[in-house]
Design a protein around this ligand. Structure first.
Ligand code: PMP
Ligand code: GLU
Length: 383
C-alpha cells in the first residue's frame, strides 16, 4: 500500500498511546498505576452534564453554525473580556472540536509549505507534528530553565518565520510566564511580525495564588498577531466533550471557518450547550478542582523529595511534573521497562523533545500518586 508521504511521517500521539496502553492493561486486570494521562480525573460538574441532557431532550441535535452557536461565541467573548482583559467580538471567535482542532486549523490557515514555526522545547507532543502536517517547518528552540530566553528567540527568527507557539501554563513542565517575560517575547515577535499561537488551555489550573496573563492583553500590536487557543477540556474536566476555541483577527477566524466547513463542520451541538452552561454557571467547582490539583502537586513534590538525585522544576500550573534523574538516559526504554516491571505508566521526556526526563501527571488520587512514586523509587534501585 502506498500512503501519502504526509501521514507516513506522522508519529501517533505518544501521550494518547501510552495512556491507552495503560488503560488496556488495567482493563485486563493488571495492577497499573497510570500517571501518564493528561486529563483531569474529576467528573464533569453536574450542572454542565444537566445542560447536555437538556440539549438532547430539547432536540438540540442538528448542525449549528460552522463556527459554533452565536450564544456560545458571545459567552466566550464575555469570558475573554472579563477574565483575560481581551476584547474579541463573536466574529473573532471560532469553536472547534477541542483546542487541538482549533490549533491545527490555525496552523493550517497561517502556514505555507516551508514557512517556519518556532516551538520552545520541551513542547507539547502535537505541536511539531501539526506544523509538519501543514508542510511547514518546526524550529525547536531550546529553553533556559524551561522558559524562552529572549536573546535565543531573536537568534532563531528568520525571513521564513511565520509563527511562535507559546504555552503558559506549560505542558509538560508546568512553568508559567510572568508579565515581564511575556513583554520581552511580545516585543521581539511584534518587531518581526511573527504570529503568536498562544495555547492557554491550562489557564485555570494555576498555583500559589498566581494569575494567568494572556499575551494578547499586553498591547494592540501583539493582540493583532495573537491567535488565542483555549478550551473546556482541562478547566471543566470535559476532555471527552471535545470543545475548544480560537480567538483572533476576523480574517484568520473566517479562514479557519472555511477550512472547518470542509472538514468537521460545526462542533458537537450538545457539547456546545454544555460548554455554554460551564461558562455561565458558578465557577466554584473549577476552584474546587484547582485546589485539589494544588494539594496533589504539593503531595507529589514531597514524595519525590524522598528520592535521591531527582530534580524537577516546581509545577506552577497544569498538572504535570517533569523530572530528571541521572539514571534516565534513554527515557523511552526507561518508561517502557517501568511499565513492564513496576506497572507504572509515565510519558518519556523524549516525546516532548527532552531526553533524560519523565512526565508524571498528578491528575490522580493521593493513593495513586503515593504508590506511583514508590514504584519509581523501587525501579530506580534496580537499574
Ligand atoms: N494544548 C495542550 C498543551 C494540551 O495539553 C492539550 C491536551 N490535550 C491540548 C492543547 C488539547 O486539548 P483538547 O483538544 O482536549 O481541547
Ligand atoms: N494533552 C494531554 C497530554 O498531554 C492529552 C493527550 C493529548 O491530547 O495528547 O497528555
Amino acid at each position: 500500500m502506498q500512503l501519502a508521504r504526509r501521514v507516513l511521517e506522522v508519529k501517533p500521539s505518544p501521550t494518547l498511546s501510552i495512556s491507552s496502553k495503560a488503560k488496556e492493561l488495567k482493563g485486563r486486570g493488571e495492577d497499573v498505576i497510570n500517571l501518564s494521562v493528561g486529563e483531569p480525573d474529576f467528573n464533569t460538574p453536574e450542572y454542565i452534564k444537566e445542560a447536555g441532557i437538556c440539549a438532547l431532550k430539547e432536540n438540540f441535535t442538528r448542525y449549528t453554525d460552522t463556527s459554533g452557536t452565536g450564544e456560545l461565541r458571545e459567552g466566550i467573548s464575555q469570558k475573554l473580556r472579563k477574565e483575560n482583559a481581551l476584547t474579541y467580538s463573536a466574529e473573532e471567535i471560532i469553536v472547534s472540536t477541542g483546542a487541538k482542532q482549533a490549533l491545527y486549523n490555525a496552523i493550517l490557515v497561517l502556514c505555507d509549505p516551508g514557512e517556519e514555526v518556532i516551538i520552545p522545547s520541551p513542547y507539547w507532543v502535537s505541536y511539531p507534528e501539526m506544523v509538519r502536517l501543514a508542510e511547514a517547518v518546526p524550529v525547536i528552540l531550546q529553553t533556559r530553565n524551561f522558559k524562552v530566553d529572549p536573546e535565543e528567540l531573536k537568534k532563531v527568527i528568520t525571513k521564513r518565520t511565520k509563527a511562535f507557539i507559546l504555552n503558559s501554563p506549560a505542558n509538560p513542565t508546568g512553568v508559567i510566564y510572568r508579565r515581564e517575560e511575556l513583554k520581552a517575547i511580545a516585543e521581539i515577535i511584534s518587531r518581526h511580525n511573527v504570529y503568536c499561537l498562544s495555547d492557554e488551555i491550562y489557564e485555570k489550573i494555576i498555583y500559589d495564588g498566581e494569575k494567568h496573563i494572556s499575551i494578547g492583553s499586553l498591547n494592540n500590536k501583539i493582540k493583532s498577531l495573537t491567535i488565542l487557543i483555549n478550551g473546556f477540556s482541562k478547566s471543566y474536566s470535559m476532555t471527552g466533550w471535545r470543545i475548544g476555541y480560537a480567538a483572533a483577527d476576523k480574517e484568520i477566524i473566517a479562514a479557519m471557518k472555511r477550512l472547518q466547513s470542509h472538514s468537521t463542520s460545526c462542533p458537537n451541538s450538545i457539547a456546545q450547550k454544555a460548554a455554554l452552561a460551564a461558562l455561565g454557571g458558578s465557577q466554584s467547582e473549577v476552584e474546587i478542582m484547582r485546589k485539589k490539583f494544588e494539594e496533589r502537586r504539593n503531595f507529589l513534590i514531597e514524595k519525590l523529595k524522598e528520592i535521591e538525585r531527582v530534580t524537577f522544576p516546581t509545577p506552577e500550573g497544569a498538572f504535570y511534573c517533569f523530572l530528571s534523574h541521572p539514571k534516565i538516559t534513554n527515557s523511552l526504554s526507561f518508561a517502557e521497562k517501568l511499565l513492564e516491571k513496576e506497572k507504572l505508566a509515565v510519558v518519556p521526556g523524549i516525546a516532548f523533545g527532552k531526553e533524560g526526563y519523565l512526565r508524571l501527571s498528578f491528575a490522580a488520587s493521593f493513593g495513586e500518586i503515593e504508590e506511583g512514586v514508590e514504584r519509581l523509587k523501587k525501579f530506580l534501585k534496580t537499574v
